[in-house]
Write a protein that binds this ligand. Sequence first.
Ligand code: BES
Ligand code: MN
Ligand code: MN
Length: 462
Amino acid sequence: MKSAKSYIEENKQRFIDELIELLKIPSISADSAYKKDIKLTADAVKSSLEKAGCSLVEICETPGNPIVYGEKIIDPSLPTILVYGHYDVQPPDPLDLWDSPPFEPIIKKTDLHPEGALFARGACDDKGQMYMHVKALEYMTAQGELPCNVKFMIEGEEEVGSVNLGWFVEQNHEKLANDVILISDTGMIAKDIPSICTGLRGLSYVEVEVTGPNRDLHSGLYGGAVANPINILAKMIASLHDENNHITIPGFYDAVENLSGEERAKMAEAPFSKEAYCKSLDIEDVYGEKGYTTNERNSIRPTLDVNGIWGGYTGEGAKTVIASKAHAKISMRLVPHQDWKEITELFKKHFESIAPKGVTVKVTPHHGGQGYVTPIDTLEYRAASKAFEDTFGKSPIPQRSGGSIPIVALFERELKSKTILMGFGLDSDAIHSPNEHFGLWNYLKGIETIPRFYHHFTEMSK
Ligand code: BES
Ligand code: MN
Ligand code: MN
């Protein structure tokens, strides 16, 4: 029987090559032109699970993109781990900012990844991290090391709000019954500082449209006499934060949980260098809500950000025009206890109320989800902590993340089980950005650490 380390060493080139094949398929869920590739990716995930040792694998159709379900039940009296991940990816735009094509994976060395990193859309989020679980299963079944039952649920709509997964989970309580949900779709602090993600922010995503005159106008003939929707939209957006970078929507903070001084002090123990942070982003200083540290601003505090804004003439040269319409896409990251549907309503009411006469405003909600926070005095946290200790030689640090996986709160509500978030990516891996990558060291370390979780979770459940 081989240890995970030696099994990985012997098979690592194949593990990398297989991931490269998966990364070549552009499974972009936001763009319906890629439906065919979504299907191809689901099929590829299915066959990888079969090869890794699942005894049952099926493609579950939904009104949207298919969900891949797999299982290996060795003994119903043993615990069951449900692995969740997603095979869809974000659009790669803007393409000209990539140093190599997003769906032609290549390995390059970087300062943080001297062993090499795989550059491709989805390398880290989440194909690479999801595939670690497939390879960990392969190791455990091939070496007779699988200590418990396992189920896989890999979806294809995470990046567009998991719109059909909620329905699937509600319909399949029994099929998905488990003792713990295991996800690798977050990050860790650094390669030598493992961490377990103990919180995710919720999300409300809306689109706004401001309409002025019924047609585009000559900006000389009409300029100054009618409301310019782009000027107005800019003003309205600017008014959503005050001078302390506090959000001005009435009621927005009502449900926000204030952490105790003790909890904030504990958070501040996590290693963080403002200097290195600024340097990595080429910025002179950080920016955000008064009274909070950077780590607090991007985890325990809610935010409001414009993700895109457009209108008028943006082509080459100059065109003198007052556009009839202006648009923006706005996301609000929420913290536990803020209800995303309530926040969406508050935003809508407020945004409509601040529009001056002379324009009309339309607010269209896209998607959203609840935040998540989990305690650390649980069996699954201790099992994950031991797993990291085994392979990193040190205890992981609990850390709340700023990102969102909205379905996690629903899992807890519907399946009555806790989620453990064992992430192996780094913030610098550029997920959702051009040149997304995933360190080969991180990929292989993940494959090595996951079976340790299976082992400790099973042992500790006895
Ligand atoms: N994997 C990310 C979320 C994430 C990344 C959480 C890093 C913590 C650390 C996920 O794929 C994602 O991007 N989620 C979206 C939300 C979704 C509803 C579009 C997000 O956070 O923007
Ligand atoms: Mn993800
Ligand atoms: Mn993502």
